[in-house]
Write a protein that binds this ligand. Structure first.
Ligand code: GLN
Length: 451
């Protein structure tokens, strides 16, 4: 299996992988073979996986898609990498992503954009663009991703694969290069919900090295896959079907909802009135946390350091000017501004208050329904090069994924058809499933019954 995927990676021109080391992978594969022969194996032993380059790895470089960490090798493995390794999974390498996971199109990577396997003139989505593209193109049977405001769900949707962002705190953030710590959450991306359930069961669990890790017993997320959906109440938020939604996406999503009705579910009209506010709220809170998290990249402890400088202050300045890309700098500026004395109350504190109201809206909605469904993204994947220099256009496209993250709820994307691509190529559409806290097993069940 490892050989098969390594060959496919070698022949691929999607720019999905940033670091591959075949000898290392094959050594892990040989160890997995031994485990299989000895009978000390799990369902995942010997199955290859690739990791978003936000997870640190001891044996492969960990760049976060940034020049700042272009040659960085971590002295330890992230908990997620470690847990999947313990299960016997074989690492294929590291996957391209937007710099420090900031982006929706993978065009903010220092290492260049990734192509969408369905249509090479389209973006794969982001920030986990390499993860989604590698699974869609069968360069890897599974990949890890991280989702701060949609980065698992949106690229999964745009590449036609399945991904789940768990409840905040389910999956350890230890060794996940931090973007916005109160939002960051790792999760699996694969072909099916069934595969995601297996992967999540291995990834999730309490970790004392992550202070926001949830102290809950380990779960088998595959346990409910076969439950039937009769009587399921699906909340359909009015605000997710407004004028901003592209007709081709709406059509595919509504067809999926009709399919769920055939499986015995009923559709309930619900309202998530603060949906629109999720954009300004997220783009205050996430940059604020990022400006603090990224202060550690100062040329002293990690990664890039400017070659020439006259004193310590100039070393900091030059290092950060050279090492960070445009979007990262923009967010550090915004973050430092909204946290500064005099503006904190006006921006950051207001955003935190509205964040609480957004979470309350979901709790209100879950009194009327068991799961919420809607589009992941207002459009199918856009063209490579499009919106590349327009941060706000990218931010607006996150409208349907941000509020789930702000509330800390689990969310999923599953493929539900195709919209209109350009040049006769297909561009996938994703259906979003949002559950209440800890409802991952239920979400995976609902997804599996559709697939
Ligand atoms: N697109 C959002 C952003 O740019 C979300 C990214 C993410 O989830 N990592 O911040």
């Amino acid at each position: 299996l490892a050989q098969h995927f390594l060959q496919r990676i070698e022949r691929s021109d999607l720019n999905a992988f940033l670091h591959v080391d075949a000898a290392l992978t094959l050594r892990q594969a040989a160890a997995a073979d031994e485990r299989l022969a000895s009978g000390d194996s799990t369902a995942l032993t010997g199955i290859p996986i690739a990791h978003k380059d936000i997870f640190v790895t001891r044996d492969w470089r960990s760049t976060a898609g940034s020049k700042m960490l272009a040659n960085y090798v971590s002295p330890f493995d992230a908990t997620v990498v470690d847990r999947l390794g313990q299960a016997g999974m074989v690492t294929l390498g590291k996957l391209n992503c937007d710099e420090f996971a900031m982006g929706s199109s993978n065009q903010n990577s220092f290492f260049g954009a990734v192509k969408n396997p369905w249509d090479h003139s389209a973006i794969p989505g982001g920030s986990s663009g390499g993860s989604a593209a590698s699974v869609a193109a069968r360069l890897a049977p599974a990949a890890t991703g991280t989702d701060t405001g949609g980065s698992i769900r949106q690229p999964a949707a745009m590449c036609g694969v399945t991904g789940i962002k768990p409840t905040y705190g389910r999956v350890s953030r230890y060794g996940m290069i931090a973007f916005a710590s109160s939002l960051d959450q790792g999760g699996p991306m694969a072909q099916t919900a069934e595969d995601c359930a297996l992967l999540l069961s291995a990834m999730a669990g309490f970790d004392e090295r992550d202070s926001t890790s949830l102290e809950r017993p380990d779960e088998d997320f595959s346990r409910d896959l076969q439950n039937d959906l009769r009587g399921l109440r699906i909340g359909v938020p009015r605000e997710y079907f407004g004028p901003g939604l592209a007709p081709d996406v709406e059509q595919a999503v509504r067809a999926a909802l009709a399919e769920y009705e055939k499986l015995g579910a009923t559709l309930v009209d619900i309202s998530l009135p603060k949906t629109e506010l999720s954009i300004p709220v997220y783009y205050v809170i996430a940059p604020a946390e990022a400006s603090s998290n990224l202060s550690r990249f100062d040329g002293v402890r990690y990664g890039h350091r400017a070659a020439e400088y006259s004193d310590l202050t100039e070393m900091y300045k030059r290092t950060r000017a050279e090492g960070f890309g445009e979007e990262v700098k923009l967010r550090i500026l915004v973050g430092a501004y909204v946290l500064s004395h005099g503006y904190y109350d006006a921006y950051y504190l207001q955003a935190q208050k509205i964040r609480r109201l957004i979470a309350q809206d979901f709790q209100q909605a879950f009194r009327q329904c068991d799961v919420i469904m809607g589009p992941v993204s207002p459009t199918v994947a856009w063209d490579l090069g499009e919106k590349a220099d327009d941060p706000v256009a990218n931010y607006l496209a996150d409208i349907f994924t941000l509020s789930t993250s702000l509330a800390g709820l689990p969310g999923m994307s599953i493929p539900c058809g195709f919209g209109q691509g350009d040049k006769n190529a297909k561009r996938p559409v994703g259906l979003q499933l949002i559950g209440n806290y800890f409802a991952e097993a239920k979400l995976l069940n609902i997804a599996h019954q559709y697939q």
